[in-house]
Design a protein. Structure first.
Ligand SMILES: [Zn+2]
Length: 255
């Protein structure tokens, strides 16, 4: 599915939204986005609202994540890290690994909206109106949040600076990856290194849970994050989950 296919399908379902003039690297859609969702069986947690959103869809979607903004006019969610809404009005939709997993399993933008955008908006409204905490549990902000996200997903703590190379190797066929230098920096090829990173990559390969494309996409995301910090140390501890100030993990029932 290409970005444009996904957008066409999305716009047919969300008739309040439309495609705007867009720069060359992404498509911009904006307009009214209805949310009708509830936590579990408790009808007091029903959310029935209309949001005004702008969604930026990278041209290489679904290999890169959409960024969702709540427009200033008629905004329902306070602009605050507490509500996972950043100063640039982007929403912190949650764990990057969860978002990439969603896209790799289902590239449809409608599904992404239902799985990732709707629960986020509903949670923010329930917090604002009823003081209900973001139900899904929240990751810590910044680097810590990303490390926590990786640890939850992979079961080990991976230092961020090694993540792009580790995931790139996982995104390649084993034979090709083994001829490349080990990410640990020993100077050995991955195939002949005996470090813990080599062991991690081997065990992750045996699980074979995700596609190589998934690893490559996540590697690219972290590569951008790590390099941005190198070039611009003052942005250290700014997540790129959405451009952004925070990272959270989300998982709700939406109806
Ligand atoms: Zn090594």
């Amino acid at each position: 599915m290409t970005a444009m296919d996904a957008i066409d399908e999305f716009l047919e379902a969300y008739i309040g939204m439309s495609l705007k003039p867009s720069p060359s690297d992404r498509y911009i859609i904006s307009g009214k986005f209805p949310v009708y969702a509830q936590y579990g069986d408790d009808s007091s947690t029903l959310v029935d609202k209309e949001f005004h959103l702008e969604i930026n869809i990278p041209v290489d979607y679904p290999n890169a994540l959409p960024i969702v903004y709540e427009l200033k006019q008629n905004a329902l969610i306070p602009t605050s890290p507490e509500y996972h809404k950043n100063s640039d009005l982007s929403l912190c939709l949650g764990s990057p690994l969860a978002l990439f997993t969603q896209l790799s399993r289902n590239p449809s933008l409608i599904s992404f909206a239902k799985a990732c955008i709707v629960p986020h908006l509903a949670s923010a409204i329930l917090k604002k109106e009823k003081g209900i905490p973001f139900k899904q549990g929240e990751l810590k902000h910044y680097d810590e949040g990303l490390e926590e996200d990786l640890a939850q997903r992979f079961g080990v703590k991976l230092p961020l600076k090694y993540v792009p190379l580790i995931l790139s190797r996982l995104g390649e066929k084993k034979g090709k990856a083994n001829k490349k230098p080990c990410p640990c920096g020993s100077g050995r090829n991955l195939g002949s290194c005996s470090c813990s990173i080599h062991r991690f990559i081997s065990s992750e390969r045996r699980k074979a849970g995700d596609s190589r494309r998934f690893y490559r996409n996540v590697a690219r995301y972290y590569d951008f994050y790590v390099n941005r910090q190198k070039e611009n140390p003052e942005v250290k501890n700014k997540s790129i989950a959405t451009n952004s100030d925070c990272v959270i993990s989300l998982e709700t029932n939406s109806v």
